[in-house]
Ligand binder design. Structure first.
Ligand code: DX5
Ligand code: ZN
Length: 213
């Protein structure tokens, strides 16, 4: 599956970005929320997300790069999120936050930055719909893919199989047409792609190529 990241879209014309996504074969639209605390950058929040959810007919896959996600996860579901993910390293007790998301009827996702050991996700694999492995440090679009992501992907995939689960694995950061086939081969289920899709001459065709990979 492919989840194009809205962060790389033209913010002066988000409606067209939504229409492109609707007309494409993209399964989801990835929504990056940054607070200037957990990451140095600030992106956008509820009003933008609500506007996007009015025009975009694909499920919104929300990636929170914020401190205190417990304060906001329910509002993101109200704003139209299909799934809500937050960073494991941003919180002390993830389970009650996962419960808040699940009880609102949304899918749950736990995320880690590249400097966090993947083993820290293992106790939660059975409790979440998806894990998101960052293949760049969260904060900005257009960064270079970190190559040791494949190794981490192998580890997490093996652990999911070992536990007999169907937890999805999403990869986010620096995904392009060259590394996509390898990421699928290593067990990735969902690829987030920001600049590769939105800076492409033909975003719809690029989404299709990322899926065919
Ligand atoms: C980075 C975000 C990513 C970003 C990906 O913090 O989580 O979703 O938009 O952008 P690209 O695909 O350009 O690396
Ligand atoms: Zn993201």
């Amino acid at each position: 599956m492919v989840s194009p990241s809205l962060l790389s879209a033209d913010f002066s014309d988000l409606r067209s970005a939504c229409e492109m996504i609707n007309n494409s074969t993209a399964q989801w639209l990835h929504i990056d929320v940054m607070d200037g605390q957990f990451v140095p950058n600030i992106s956008f929040g509820f009003p933008v997300m609500e506007a996007v959810s009015r025009y975009c007919h694909k499920p919104l896959d929300v990636h929170l790069m914020i401190v205190h996600p417990e304060k906001y996860v329910e509002r993101f579901v109200d704003a139209g999120a299909y799934s809500v993910g937050f960073h494991l390293e941003a919180v002390e007790y993830p389970r009650p936050i996962l419960d808040l998301i699940r009880n609102k009827g949304a899918k749950t996702c736990l995320t880690i930055n590249p400097d966090i050991e993947v083993e820290r996700l293992y106790p939660y694999l059975k409790d979440v719909d998806m894990v998101l492995l960052m293949s760049v440090f969260a904060g900005y679009g257009g960064q270079k893919f970190i190559e040791d992501t494949y190794e981490k992907l192998d580890k997490v995939k093996a652990e999911i199989v070992r536990q007999g689960l169907s937890t999805l694995i999403e990869i986010d950061g620096g995904v392009n047409l060259e590394n996509a086939p390898k990421l699928y081969a290593h067990g990735a289920d969902v690829l987030v792609a920001g600049s590769t899709v939105f800076k492409a001459k033909d975003p719809i065709e690029t989404i299709r190529l990322l899926q065919k990979s």
